[in-house]
Design a protein around this ligand. Structure first.
Ligand code: ADP
Ligand code: MG
Length: 240
C-alpha cells in the first residue's frame, strides 16, 4: 500500500531522511518510534507530500506521489493524517469539520455527507458533540473528531503523528482505543507513537528511527523485550 524506496531528504545541510526503504502492506499497522529529531514527522509528511523529497520514490497503492493538481488532491484524500495538535477548523462545528472535505473535494451532497459524518462521529464516540465548536470539546474528543474527519475522505492509509502526546493522561486511552479499533477493522496505518501499549496491542511491526535512518525493524514484542541495536537499547532505557 505504501512503498518508500531509497528516500532522501535534506533541510539545508541536515540529512533528515537517509536512504529510507519502507514497505507497509495493506491492513498492516506500522509503529514508528525514535528520539526527537530523528525524522519521524518528516517521514509522515513526505508520505502525504506535505514535504517534497530530494531523491528516491514513494508510491501509494502502486501510484507514485503526484506533484500537484487534481492528482495531489486525490492523494491527500487517500492518505489521511492526524497530527499531534488537533488542527480542526476552529470556526466550524464538529459536524462541519467532517463534512467540509467530502463536500468540497469529493462533491458529495451535503445531506449524504452529514449522514456519513454522524456515523463516523458515532464510531469515535462523540456524536453528541456534533453541533459544538472544537474549543468546546476536550482534547481527547477533538482528536477523535480529527480521526473521524480523516476517515470521512475514505482513505486507503492513515498516518498518525504522535496523536496522543498533547493530551492529558486521562484522555490518551480514549484516542488509542479508537485507533486500536481502526486497526482491528483492517485499516493500513503508520503510527508515530511511544505508546507501547498501542504498539503491543495493534502494531504488526515497529520501525525504530534514529538520526534520519531506519536502524531496526522488528515485531513489537521483540523490539521492546530484545532490541537488537545499541541505539534502540539506549532509547528504550530512556523511555521505559
Ligand atoms: P521527529 O518527528 O522525529 O522529532 P522531525 O522529522 O520533526 O523529527 O525533524 C527531523 C529534523 O529535521 C530535526 O532536526 C528538525 O529540527 C529538522 N526539521 C524538521 N522540519 C524542518 C524544516 N521545515 N526546516 C528545517 N529543519 C527542519
Ligand atoms: Mg515529530
Amino acid at each position: 500500500m505504501v512503498v518508500l524506496s531509497k528516500v532522501n531528504k535534506h533541510f539545508g545541510a541536515l540529512h533528515v531522511l537517509q536512504d529510507i526503504d519502507l514497505t507497509v502492506h495493506k491492513g498492516e499497522v506500522v509503529v514508528v518510534i525514535g528520539p526527537s529529531g530523528s525524522g519521524k514527522s518528516t517521514l509522515c509528511r513526505a508520505i502525504n507530500r506535505l514535504e517534497t523529497i530530494d531523491t528516491g520514490s514513494i508510491t501509494i497503492d502502486g501510484v507514485p506521489l503526484p506533484a500537484e493538481g487534481k492528482a495531489l488532491a486525490q492523494l491527500r484524500a487517500d492518505v489521511g493524517m492526524v497530527f499531534q495538535s488537533f488542527n480542526l477548523f476552529a470556526h466550524k462545528t464538529v459536524l462541519q469539520n467532517i463534512t467540509l472535505g467530502p463536500i468540497k473535494a469529493k462533491g458529495v451532497k451535503r445531506k449524504d455527507a452529514e449522514e456519513t459524518a454522524m456515523g463516523l462521529l458515532e464510531r469515535v464516540g462523540v456524536a453528541n458533540q456534533a453541533a459544538k465548536l472544537p474549543a468546546q470539546l476536550s482534547g481527547g474528543q477533538q482528536q477523535r473528531v480529527a480521526i473521524a474527519r480523516a476517515l470521512a475522505m475514505q482513505p486507503k492509509v492513515m498516518l498518525f503523528d504522535e496523536p496522543t502526546s498533547a493530551l492529558d493522561p486521562e484522555m490518551i486511552n480514549e484516542v488509542l482505543d479508537v485507533m486500536v479499533s481502526l486497526a482491528r477493522d483492517g485499516m493500513t496505518m503508520v503510527v508515530v507513537t511511544h505508546e507501547m501499549g498501542f504498539a503491543r496491542k495493534a502494531g504488526h511491526r515497529v520501525v525504530f528511527m534514529d538520526g534520519g535512518q531506519i536502524v531496526e525493524e522488528a515485531a513489537p514484542e521483540t523490539f521492546f523485550t530484545a532490541p537488537a541495536s545499541d541505539r534502540a537499547k539506549d532509547f528504550l532505557s530512556k523511555i521505559l
